[in-house]
Design a protein. Structure first.
Length: 367
């Protein structure tokens, strides 16, 4: 494979609840307004065709700059993962999935679909585009708010050729009928499904019956902290309910579960507590360092606090997400930038992160 190759433009598209499409979830920048599943075949949209052409010529693609940057900084990226078969099983049989000549026909085999923006959480790192629970805060902040609940199940599109489907929201399990409708258009024994949930909901029995027919099912539980701090980061959730559901999913024999968390300025001192808890339960837990909203990046902590955290994590550096965290903590930031945005959100939600993460609050106060 060439220096800039990626298998995704030949077999994958990401679709939001509005129908708007992107080549993948890591794509940098907007895509043309007409790149929408309601307008026809997005796999052969000029943007997709141009992307494939540049890769075949082994030229860099502007929209792929996030992966290129991560590869320079940390040695890892989604592009490298999918090309080597790590990410979600997409890369298996890579040679058959990656065309080697310009006459190769792209075919949608892997779909990432946001069913709806309906959600029962208003996570600090989220916004109204992906959570109806955010509408009230967004209105106070003067942000643009979508009209009503957005929902797009690809309008009865035949999905029988799919081999990999990633469902997310909002909170997808708030839409049992829609999930059933989508799965009934797939060839379940040949389908690998990844469903991402905030761990506040459980699937209905009707959905479970379809889950049992899948070739492979991975339930990814989005949890950012062990204990009440998760309630602060994912407003609307209750930790005891989340923990109970985590154990419920763990007992099911029809799925594999993983935990995925976001490392931000609010939990950068304690995400390993959740990792260790999951490890004791035999659950794989992975994390990513937040990129937006920008004020939540750990780099904005006071320099003395960052130095303490760097020392804390020096023995955990073998974990890729810890390496990413160490890199982030070495970047310059502005404490005032974080405090300005944090104070605004705290006033709106009538809460203080100090109450949920006293250890970090004390570290900051001592500086």
């Amino acid at each position: 494979m060439g220096k800039y190759d990626c298998i995704l433009p030949w077999n994958h598209v990401r679709v939001w609840q509005t129908g708007k499409a992107w080549p993948c979830c890591q794509w940098v920048g907007e895509t043309p307004e007409d790149m929408n599943v309601n307008n026809g075949d997005v796999m052969n949209h000029p943007l997709m065709a141009e992307t494939r052409a540049r890769m075949l010529e082994d030229k860099p693609v502007k929209g792929c700059s996030r992966c290129y940057r991560l590869e320079r900084e940390t040695g890892t990226s989604m592009r490298l993962d999918v090309n080597t078969g790590i990410f979600g099983g997409i890369g298996q049989d890579v040679e058959k999935m990656v065309p080697v000549h310009k006459d190769s026909e792209p075919k949608l085999r892997y779909l990432e679909l946001s069913i709806s923006n309906a959600c029962n959480n208003s996570c600090r790192m989220c916004g109204p585009e992906l959570s109806t629970h955010w509408y009230k805060d967004a209105k106070t902040l003067g942000m643009e708010i979508p009209k009503g609940i957005q929902y797009n199940p690809l309008n009865k599109t035949d999905l029988s050729d799919l081999r990999f489907l990633k469902l997310l929201g909002g909170e997808p399990l708030l839409h049992p009928k829609e999930i059933i409708d989508i799965l009934d258009r797939c060839d379940l024994p040949k389908l690998n499904l990844m469903l991402i949930t905030n761990t506040t909901q459980r699937p209905t029995e009707e959905i479970i019956q379809r889950f049992k027919q899948l070739n492979k099912l991975t339930i990814t539980l989005s949890i950012d902290a062990f204990g009440p701090l998760n309630e602060f980061l994912r407003t609307g959730s209750r930790w005891e309910e989340v923990k109970e559901n985590l154990h419920w999913f763990r007992k099911q024999d029809w799925c594999k579960i993983t935990v995925h968390g976001v490392i931000s300025i609010y939990n950068v001192n304690c995400f390993m507590e959740l990792h260790r808890y999951c490890r004791r339960l035999g659950i794989f837990a992975n994390f990513m360092v937040i990129e937006g909203p920008e004020y939540m990046r750990p780099r904005h902590l006071p320099e003395q606090v960052k130095q303490q955290l760097l020392k804390k994590y020096e023995n955990e550096e073998k974990l890729s997400f810890v390496k990413d965290t160490i890199y982030e903590l070495k970047q310059p930031g502005t404490w005032r930038h974080f405090r300005r945005e944090d104070v605004t959100m705290n006033k709106i939600r009538n809460e203080q992160f100090d109450d949920y993460n006293p250890e970090l609050s004390q570290m900051i106060s001592l500086t």
